[in-house]
Design a protein around this ligand. Structure first.
Ligand code: ADP
Length: 177
């Protein structure tokens, strides 16, 4: 299962997969960080679809996910999930981050998609501690891969070298157990 997980350091917008995951906010109207990069590179059609979803269901709750086209990106779809903003760890942040990965996999399953790239959800503007976020992400991704044989590839795309190092070390430790 772990051999399906690939740690890549780079820009998530440049990689061709069935779906890239966006670390969005509850408004779905775009923001900074990876959200800004995805809308910039993908073009206005992504925001148009986000607006339609927003009109229909009023945005997206923390831990949940919605799917749109990927516009001009090399990926086919964007899955927008909303990570928790870190407060002190006592406000359900770990469970909510875990829920983001579950929600994204549920959409992959529903839509019959087999490859996906995740950014390091919540670890930028939302300030979730990087090591904890990586442990939650890799543990949940490995468990979901074990349940879903149709997914052939999961990229974890780290923009920052520090995150790439954390993920590589964690994945190596998981391989040895
Ligand atoms: P959040 O609000 O969920 O913290 P951010 O976009 O601020 O979302 O940060 C999430 C992660 O995405 C951070 O680790 C940040 O370095 C990373 N990031 C920013 N731009 C890109 C990009 N183009 N590709 C991949 N990751 C990115």
């Amino acid at each position: 299962m772990l051999d399906k997980i690939h740690i890549i350091q780079g820009d998530i917008t440049q990689i061709a997969v069935d779906a890239i995951v966006n670390a969005a906010n509850t408004s779905l109207l775009g923001g900074g960080g990876v959200d800004g990069a995805i809308h910039r590179q993908g073009g206005p059609v992504i925001l148009e679809e986000c607006r339609r979803i927003r009109a229909r269901q009023g945005g997206c709750n923390v831990g949940e996910a919605v799917i749109t086209t990927a516009g001009q990106l090399p990926a086919k779809h964007v899955i927008h999930t909303v990570g928790p903003r870190w407060q002190d760890g006592l406000h359900g942040e770990p469970a909510l981050l875990d829920q983001c990965y579950r929600s994204c996999f549920a959409l992959l399953d529903e839509c019959g998609l087999t490859s996906v790239s995740f950014p390091n959800i919540s670890t930028g503007i939302y300030r979730f501690p990087k090591q904890d976020a990586a442990r939650i992400a890799l543990t949940r991704i490995a468990a979901l891969l074990a349940e879903n044989a149709a997914i052939t590839r999961v990229n974890v795309v780290c923009f920052e070298e520090q995150n790439a190092d954390i993920y590589r070390a964690l994945l190596e430790a998981m391989r040895q157990h």
